[in-house]
Design a protein around this ligand. Sequence first.
Ligand SMILES: [Zn+2]
Length: 691
Amino acid sequence: MNKRNTVTAALPYANGPVHIGHLAGAYLPADIYVRYLRSLGKEVLFICGTDEHGVAITLKARKEGLTSQQVVDKYHLQIRESFQQFGISFDVFSRTTHDLHHQTAAGFFRKFYDEGKFIEKETDQYFDPEAGQFLADRYIIGTCPKCDFDKAYGDQCESCGTSLSPSDLKSPRSALSGATPILKPTKHWFLPLDQYQKALEHYVLDNHQDWKPNVYGQCKSWLIGDGLQPRSMTRDLDWGVKVPVEGADGKVLYVWFDAPLGYITATKEWAIQKGDPDAWKKYWLKEEANGETSLVCFIGKDNIVFHCLIFPAILMGHGDYILPDQVPANEFLNLEGQKISTSRDWAVWLHTYLEEFPGQADVLRFVLASTMPETKDNDFTWKDFQARNNNELLAIYGNFVNRVLVLTEKYFHRQVPENLKPEAQDDHLRQLIRVTAENAGKSIEQYRFREALATVMDLARAGNKYLADLEPWKLWKSDPDRVASILLTALEVSSALSVLFEPFLPETSHKLNQMLGIARFNWNDLLHAKTLVFPGHPLGEIALMFQKIEDDTIQAQIRKLEARSAEIQQEQGLTKSVVQPQKDLIDFESFSKMDIRTAKILEAIKVPKADKLLQLKVDTGLDQRTIVSGIAEYFKPEEIIGQEVLVLVNLAPRKLKGIESQGMILMAEGPDGRLYFVKGSAEIPSGMSVR
Ligand SMILES: [Zn+2]
């Protein structure tokens, strides 16, 4: 490992709050990595800030009735606060609207321009003749050629998800004035990426086979085949870094030209704040870094091409800068089996999570670190969240530490006991501390954070087993000296766990240190098998590190997510295409075995202790029978009395919560996952066959 580490996390876009997908994608892995490096005593600078330029900001401003500046001010603050609350330990959190950044980005552009490193080209672009300005793709609205949704954007239809270009739209119109856009020539400056092709191939394909397969593979697919094409580094827009050359009025830098340079600006800002304005240079400039600085950029997979090809091309074109050594991009995190979607509000937002789980930022860090989409997309579910909290954090780590502290308080008046009767088992466990530090460290250095966390949890597991095997609570009467040695060893392991879990669970480690009454040790201490607790040392107050999460809490989260998402979809008039593929063919005989009848609901009551179930009395025409139906989330009992329904009457009876259900009400599942009755008709009496 290099002596000095410049670590960046993708600049979050300041047009909305951040959610669990962001945290698991870039910020949490970066924070774990940085905390580990600090614990090793490495020189490290952790850099981030908000990306505040681009079309999406101006669109958000129009939507919210704010100025672009007000939008970025609002979300910069909110995002910064969320990261603080989740312990993401940036050394600097800047923003790209700072003057200093405009100077940095414009300086890069001007140097390229002066040295003739851009190609000037005129192209035709959509223009709003009434508003008198060029239109970015998102500013053009029209009818989707695929699904006829009449509010599709020039780059994508939000209803059917198809990628579009403005010329695909039927009856296109400007989002600004409603006018029909016309094509008009405009001049832009292109970075000739084709000229960097060879250098980029050498940089990535020859020298960075160590990159994660998903990152390397994506770069390769961009590089081979048709190869790289010149890409415009300017846009016709009134929000961004002004293009610093003559004849470029109304033009700004392309957001992907300016945003990655934000890392450099942020480092300059950090240096100025600490009163040493040149201190940024050794983190970025080849000459000052002297081969001792490694640059690691944490990003999500949607940013791979920008960080692995375009940003390096810009740095190469400049010539004075080091290039990224590692770009550990994660894949995407899904939520309850569906893609996280800001527009549908299908997300767990960081700022609302803490309102409902106060003081439990570490629980979310733990669950996300355990399920991080390191090599493929992964799924966050509330059930899994509950299980990991209850079965791992609480039952393994929390339980071990709590037992050790409670027993020490009980037998040794809250003082670290003497090593009165050591045995071989104690040494085995102590050795496991060093081995765990080595192995977990290796995993972190290879960006395998899930593996590292599992290794650390295994030490807590070994601690639990040690106590369960030796049963000090049974030995106390007969052999108190042995109990002293056991608890001393267990306290040593507890202290080590505080160090090893710190990159993952910083707040918990802080709490644990207070309970142990110890100073902060670091990873190196463990690697060198340094003693962490000393006999006679007083312990602090015992407090619980984790709380059990109940079923109700989890159900409430799932319901909230579904309700909010359905509401948004209704507002936006979106229909999601969730038509399931056809099932396997069946013969007529199989079908005719099903006895479906028209029926009517006579009574409905909630089933106690079951969130989803209603107990119904149904008139089937044949009889009046009891049916238990999983519709309580969608219907109040009183609403459905008298409802005409269809019932599968010859379904074998089964017991639900102790009630025998004799048949099944047929329901249709809506696109939002909600259930709807398949209605019979008031004109048909109950008991008629449905064929
Ligand atoms: Zn469509």
